[in-house]
Design a protein around this ligand. Structure first.
Ligand code: NAD
Length: 431
């Protein structure tokens, strides 16, 4: 999908679901554009002495429910429209799980794999210098996203504190533990998705020991969800990254795949015992072939727009679990539903990351540190409650899961906007 279309597509879907759910059009109007969007040009001194300029964005989409919250993405394909779409989805996501946050997103147009570690640090500190008056613990709180990580968050927090001449760990989440990060943040998105799948299996009778799974994207989110599903007995038959995929009918040992990917920077089908890893039999497949596999769960965990107009009819999975943000284009929702494919939506499935980010922010503001067990317990409570609220609507009203999750979110946002007074109140029609 063309980048420009991502935001339009997100808005069309929002309007359609808003109408179906009977949401006040004034609330949808409030969500049709970001509240504030900052574009910056970041000068970075490269290791060879030259200065290169990088375009950076930060979008604070909506803050009806609280300070805005959302990750920062480093990717050559970043566009302003993509950042706005992601920030809109963050607004809905925080509302689905009931966090006191609005939605935001940031990004830099860069291929971070081409930068040295020192160039990456200068870029990250430069990003925070440009955004230091636009973000803050009470206004807008960034976090990691695609190709950013805890170390980068640590650099950015440090830069913010240097500029403001005070400690402010709550300015950013997903930090290293030693700099005020939370236990459990790294695995949170994958764990949250796994909790959703577990509850979905309980409520629909899906048997993990008979279920086959394909996962597109084996980064932070993809790895952790694969690891936890494997522990439950799911067979992970296919995995891919940006360079392509691998398939084995008997399933992969996820920990071995991960270890080999960390060591060799490459996705290879392997089985490891102690210090020895051996390559195992497998087929190489393309990302398109992975998406078309006949599996019980198809988990897109890479980038938005993976399933679109041209490949939607080739999907044979029973259920798509949107671990990535926006992997299913808005225009194909109904076609998939018509073919009996259930789509568990991103705003619910991947909300574990922002939920533990919220826990990190709470700990920072209280000067506290929670145990991993406490983080996991509270995450489970939050995800199960959000899943059940969504699934109750699916069962009681026959709504598609995405429509139900958007319904839950939009009602919460509508209540917050309405608490200031709606049109009927100001016309004197209601007290
Ligand atoms: P990551 O950078 O750790 O991993 C991204 C993975 O996707 C890598 O394995 C990469 O090789 C792969 N990839 C990139 N392009 C691909 C392509 N065309 N085909 C197949 N694989 C491709 O990123 P992440 O944090 O795991 O994020 C993945 C998705 O999950 C994104 O959509 C992100 O917005 C979403 N998400 C992440 C978090 C989080 O906390 N990390 C939270 C919510 C949502």
């Amino acid at each position: 999908m063309a980048a420009l279309d991502v935001f339009q597509d997100a808005l069309s879907r929002l309007e359609r679901i808003g109408r179906e759910a009977g949401i006040d059009p004034q609330v949808i109007a409030a969500l049709r554009q970001p509240k504030a969007l900052l574009t910056a040009a970041l000068p970075v001194r490269m290791d060879d002495g030259e200065t290169r300029w990088f375009t950076a964005y930060r979008c604070r989409y909506n803050d009806a429910l609280g300070p805005s919250k959302g990750g920062i993405r480093y990717h050559p394909g970043v566009t302003r429209e993509e950042i706005c779409a992601l920030a809109l989805w963050m607004t809905l996501k925080c509302a689905v799980v009931g966090l006191p946050y609005g939605g935001a997103k940031g990004g830099v147009i860069v291929d971070p794999k081409t930068l040295s570690p020192m160039e990456l640090e200068r870029l990250s500190r430069g990003y925070m210098r440009a955004m230091a008056d636009f973000v803050g613990p009470e206004t807008d709180v960034p976090a990691p996203d695609v190709y950013t990580n805890a170390r980068i968050m640590g650099w950015m927090a440090d830069e913010y504190e240097t500029i403001h001449r005070r400690k402010a760990p709550g300015v950013i989440t997903g930090k290293p533990i030693s700099l005020g990060g939370s236990f459990g943040r790294e695995e949170a998105t994958g764990r949250g998705a796994w909790l959703v799948i577990r509850r979905f299996a309980e409520r629909t009778g899906l048997d993990p020991r008979r279920a086959r799974v394909a996962i597109q994207g084996f980064g932070n989110a993809g790895y952790h969800v694969a690891r936890l599903l494997r522990q439950d007995g799911y067979r992970i038959v296919a995995v891919s990254d940006s360079k392509g995929g691998i398939y084995a009918e008997d399933g992969f040992d996820v920990e071995s795949l991960h270890r080999v990917k960390q060591e060799r920077r490459k996705l290879e089908a392997a089985y490891c015992e102690e210090s020895l890893c051996e390559l195992v039999e497998h087929d190489e497949i393309s990302n398109d072939e992975l998406l078309a596999l006949d599996v019980d769960l198809l988990i897109p965990a890479a980038l938005e727009g993976a399933i679109h107009d041209a490949n939607a009819d080739r999907i044979r999975a029973r259920t798509i679990v949107e671990v990535a943000n926006g992997p299913v284009a808005g225009g194909v929702d109904e076609r998939l539903a018509g073919r009996g494919v259930t789509v568990l939506p991103d705003v619910l499935v991947n909300a574990g990351g922002v939920t533990v980010s919220y826990f990190e922010w709470v700990q920072n503001r209280q000067g506290d540190s929670w145990t991993l067990e406490r983080v996991r317990e509270r995450l489970e409570e939050t995800m199960v409650r959000a899943f059940d609220a969504t699934w109750d609507l699916v069962e009681q009203e026959g709504r598609a899961p995405r429509s139900a999750a958007y319904g839950v979110a939009l009602r919460r946002i509508a209540d917050a906007i309405g608490a200031h007074g709606d049109a009927a109140y100001f016309r004197g029609e209601r007290a």
